[in-house]
Design a protein around this ligand. Structure first.
Ligand code: GDD
Ligand code: MN
Length: 368
């Protein structure tokens, strides 16, 4: 029987996990009556993973074992597996049982409903992580925030770093995925022609046997990968344009203050006049920046967004005020710590810019 879904599983030294994974997966698929193919992409593991994989005899699906002799790496193994899949629906998951097979039918169901990409999420309602320390959770959350900034479409899912997801193959047509990339789902979110993404919750379990292959160097790799994706997809350029427009806003701000203070004669009110002028200047620059961000910085996204222009403006206002507050906090805080006030203010300006941009790209003009 033709498989209804292809399941792609990369492996490296996982011989102990293979039989139990195949057994659990097969039970689930038999129970739901889903004919499937399991594609195991093994990088010639010295522990004989491929040998063990070939010996498995699932009842409701067939197994294809691909052994790569000259390549190593999780992401490129996944891409290879997707390319070999014979079904139009592909589900990618790990073999160590941290990704529970019971979630597979739910992912397939969503794919059949018409979602091009379905993410099994640890952070969706009902999902979770077994036994993670506070530190590891914090790192994961921090990494997710970075993803939201550098790959804005990552906001379409609650767990853009998941290694457990399903896709309809046609969303990858004409898309060049980089095998150097480490988080393959991010790569897909950044580049694929996908509009509808669904999340399915799952609990990330402890490993059944063996240990994680993703060690310390992975964090640096991750940040480099994000920057590379941002460059390829024009997000770095967007950051630059955003900053430049912000810079020109200074003239609007100063000009408005001058007009209010001198021409409208707020001067006569003394400090109160100065405060009102300062406020008007700030507000004028916010409006000016907003209009340019609508027309230039984020023009390409406007059609795809669900938020109204008014809502975007309110968000941008919040972003700007937060940025200003951050700037003042840095100015006062760092000066109090003994730093030169001009340097402190400069750091404050950069921090304010970072906050304005983050809030703008994820909220005001964000996809979620
Ligand atoms: N072919 C191949 N080549 N497979 C590999 C390689 C490799 O170089 N490195 C790892 N794998 C396989 C492992 O055998 C396992 O099946 C899967 O990829 C995941 O590797 P783990 O070492 O278990 O990763 P993890 O548990 O730390 O992280 C996983 O889960 C996270 C949460 O979903 C990964 O999938 C992460 O990408 C994901 O964020
Ligand atoms: Mn794992």
């Amino acid at each position: 029987m033709e498989p209804e879904v292809s399941i792609v599983t990369p492996t490296y030294n996982e011989r102990e996990n293979v039989p139990i994974f195949v057994k659990e997966l097969d039970e689930v698929m038999c129970k739901h009556n889903i004919p499937y193919e399991l594609i195991i992409v093994d990088d010639n593991s010295p522990d004989g993973t491929a040998e063990v994989a070939r010996q498995q005899k699932p009842k409701c699906g067939k197994i294809k074992v691909i052994v790569r002799k000259n390549e190593r790496g999780l992401a490129s193994a996944v891409i290879r597996g997707i390319n070999e899949a014979s079904s139009k629906y592909v589900i990618v998951m790990d073999i160590d049982l941290q990704h529970p097979p019971s979630v597979v039918p739910k992912i397939l169901e969503k794919l059949k409903e018409g979602y091009g990409l379905v993410v099994a999420s640890r952070y969706a309602k009902g999902g979770g992580i077994e036994n993670w320390s506070k530190t590891r959770l914090l790192i994961s959350k921090g990494a997710t925030l970075l993803a939201r900034i550098f790959v804005p479409k990552s906001s379409l899912t609650t767990d853009p770093m998941s290694g457990f997801f399903g896709l309809r193959k046609d969303i990858l047509e004409g898309v060049e995925l980089s095998p150097r990339g480490y988080k393959i789902l991010l790569e897909i979110l950044a580049k694929a022609k996908v509009k509808k993404v669904a999340d399915v919750p799952y609990v990330f379990r402890n490993r059944y046997a063996g240990e994680s292959k993703l060690g310390g160097k992975v964090m640096l790799d991750y940040v480099l990968h994000l920057i590379k994706l941002a460059r390829e997809t024009g997000e770095l350029r967007r950051m630059f344009v955003f900053s430049l427009i912000g810079l020109t806003g200074i003239f609007i701000n100063e000009g408005t203050l001058y007009l209010a203070y001198e021409v409208l004669e707020l001067k006569s009110l003394g400090y109160l006049g100065l405060a009102i002028g300062g406020f008007l200047g700030f507000e004028a620059s916010v409006i000016y920046n907003f209009l340019l961000h609508e027309r230039i910085t984020f023009a390409d996204r406007i059609k795809e967004l669900k938020t109204s222009k008014l809502k975007r403006f309110v968000h941008y206002e919040i972003a700007s005020v937060s940025g200003l507050v951050a700037q003042l906090v840095f100015l006062l805080g760092l000066t109090a710590l003994g730093m030169n006030y001009l340097l402190a203010n400069f750091i404050g300006i950069l921090a304010g810019l970072a906050i304005r941009y983050t809030y703008s790209t994820t909220k005001a003009w964000g996809y979620s």
